[in-house]
Ligand binder design. Structure first.
Ligand code: PLP
Length: 431
């Protein structure tokens, strides 16, 4: 099994942290999104401990909540002492409603409106991560109006391609985010920030991409950023206390991905940072990291029922399920790999290779190709693993399909965190 919280019981059913998936499907219906809360809490603790042990004092993780944003999760983040990243008023509002204090939040995004900026300041956001001069100017104006100095990090692009998929690689010079070091625009943005009286420049930020398994792209980014910090210090006499290295640590989606040791990666990055700081005679900055996927992805499992089976002789087989790109658009977006299991028939021989298709009116609405299952029957239960990140948060109502519920699996039992959307919910905004 891909993860330790998965097992098969005597009935041949898949269990997630001890809960029989067929029971959960009967209790909550399908499609159903499960989240193992223990897995999430343990991963938060691993990040916090590793960063405390191996990085300069004050270093800490911020959960990048775009991966999955719901009230229960912000409660868990608050309880675990995690900082958070937010990218919209909607995420801030959800966090506030969960009682999460926004002073521990960092407000990201490349396209903040005046309304977004005012909302964040109204609710005492800790930091802005500013992406451009237009944004800095607007933040400065709003902070001036309120008589405050706003803490800010600047998003910079170190020009690193971490060799992941194009659409989730964000550290390259030509991407839409940040200011490039190589073109001199990063330096210009820093000088502009320093000249704005209501901007309190606390540090630099970079985010090189996602689904990265090795520590070396992070080390490369850290070297570039620290050398840049030393350079700016030498030429302008300014060195901020914080360096944010972004998110992007990977999660295995299939057996082909291999495993990842977050603590070992953080230890390697920490060792390198102290060496580089010593060489550059730089006071080691507080390091922030922004894991999103690696906090929630492998805690998630989606359950579907099989609806129809179609065999096209000489071509391929399809097993269609009662969900699809509306709850998991990642295959449709970028052919993301997933492990699919026959949750209700784990002990049967898997001799039927098929494509798992969704229910939407799009031929591209697939969950996965070339999946080996026991020849499915209508009503079989299918589990898709590793759906905690960028599934529910990217879900839509395309074809007017209601979003599934989210159930947290905890030591005290399964708890409904988000209920299933109703047909009335779908019409909520129709006048
Ligand atoms: C998406 C994103 C993250 C999280 O990335 P993961 O790959 O999910 O860890 C962190 N920081 C920023 C700025 C992001 O855009």
């Amino acid at each position: 099994m891909l993860y330790k919280n998965l097992a098969v019981n005597e009935a041949g059913h898949l269990t997630v942290s001890g809960f029989d998936t067929t029971d959960l499907a009967a209790q909550f219906g399908t499609p159903l999104m499960l989240l193992d809360e223990t897995v999430i809490r343990n991963r938060c603790r691993e990040y916090i401990r590793a960063m405390e042990a191996h990085l300069p004092a004050g270093s800490r993780p911020l959960y990048a909540s775009k991966a999955l944003s719901l009230k229960r999760l912000y409660e868990v983040m608050k309880e675990e002492g995690m900082g958070i990243d937010v990218v919209s008023v909607g995420e801030m509002f959800t966090a506030l409603k969960a009682g999460y204090p926004l002073e521990n939040a960092f407000f990201h995004g490349n396209s903040k409106t005046d309304g977004d900026i005012a909302f964040a300041m109204d609710h005492g956001i800790g930091h802005f991560v500013c992406d451009s001069l237009d944004e800095l100017t607007a933040v400065n104006a709003e902070a001036t109006r309120r008589g405050i100095r706003q803490k800010v990090l600047l998003r910079l692009t170190p020009g690193i391609d971490p060799h992941t998929h194009e659409k989730i690689s964000t550290g390259r010079i030509d991407c839409k985010f940040g200011a490039a070091i190589e073109t001199g625009q990063a330096e210009a943005l820093i000088l502009q920030a320093l000249a704005l009286p209501a901007i309190d420049l606390q540090g630099y930020h970079c985010h090189i991409g996602s689904q990265i398994f090795d520590h070396s792209p992070f080390c490369d980014a850290a070297i570039l950023m620290l050398e840049f910090m030393a350079d700016i210090k030498a030429r302008h006499g300014f060195c901020p206390p914080v360096l944010n290295l972004g998110g992007g640590m990977g999660v295995p989606y299939t057996g082909a991905d291999g495993s990842i040791d977050y603590t070992a990666n953080i230890a390697s990055i920490g060792k390198l940072i102290s060496e580089v700081c010593a060489r550059l005679e730089l006071e080691p900055p507080v390091i922030l990291m922004e894991p999103g996927r690696s906090i929630v992805a492998d805690a998630g499992t989606t359950l579907y029922h099989v609806t129809t089976i179609k065999q096209i002789p000489g071509f391929k087989n399809y097993a269609a399920v009662n969900g699809g790109m509306t709850d998991n658009p990642r295959f449709a977006l970028y052919q993301a790999a997933y492990t699919v299991l026959p949750a209700s028939r784990m002990l049967d021989e898997r001799d039927f290779v098929c494509t798992i298709a969704g229910a939407c009116c799009e031929s591209g609405d697939l969950i996965q190709e070339d999946v080996a299952l026991p020849r499915p029957n209508r009503g079989d239960l299918i589990a898709v693993l590793t759906t905690g990140a960028y599934n529910y948060s990217m879900a839509s109502n395309y074809n007017r399909i209601p979003r599934p519920p989210v159930v947290m699996l905890t030591e005290t039992g399964p708890h409904l965190a988000v209920r299933r959307e109703t047909l009335e919910d779908l019409l909520h905004n129709d006048l």
